[in-house]
Design a protein around this ligand. Structure first.
Ligand SMILES: [Zn+2]
Length: 139
């Protein structure tokens, strides 16, 4: 997927641009989705591919939104990241290569994965409103 960097600079906030395009990291506990528990789907802020479901989001206490699993394998790509003197696994959007965060192996069951994702890389969308399920799903 071709991305026009000038267009992206205009469309994204400076923080979103820095994180997704330059593999930045937002300050812990600063992101808008760190303490956020609505039901819905998280999409890539750059290309809008669906990435994570609120079903797998959990509070890991690490300061960034954490997910136990991806919506579907294939939505993300993993890359070895040896910056900062640590070897970590970087998570990127498989469609546009936006940097999302990192994945660690200390999450809860069943996957034991902890996808530690920057709020600035993702956007929350409400589930499509279905008339019959509206009442049951209100929290
Ligand atoms: Zn993307």
């Amino acid at each position: 997927m071709e991305l026009n960097k000038d267009e992206l600079r205009k469309r994204l906030t400076p923080l979103q641009y820095q994180i997704t395009q330059e593999s930045g990291t937002e300050r812990p506990f600063s992101g808008k989705y760190n303490k956020f528990n609505k039901k819905g789907t998280y999409i890539c802020v750059v290309c809008h591919q669906e990435l994570f479901s609120s079903e797998t989001k959990f509070d890991s206490g690490c300061g960034w939104p954490s997910f136990n699993d991806v919506l579907e394998q294939g939505k993300i790509s993993l890359h070895k990241d040896a910056s900062l003197g640590l070897v970590r696994t970087e998570v990127r959007c498989s469609k546009c290569q936006a940097h999302l965060g990192h994945v660690f192996g200390d999450g809860p069951l069943p996957t034991k994965k902890r996808y530690c994702i920057n709020s600035a890389s993702i956007e929350f969308i409400e589930p499509e409103t279905i008339a019959s399920s509206q009442d049951q799903n209100t929290l």
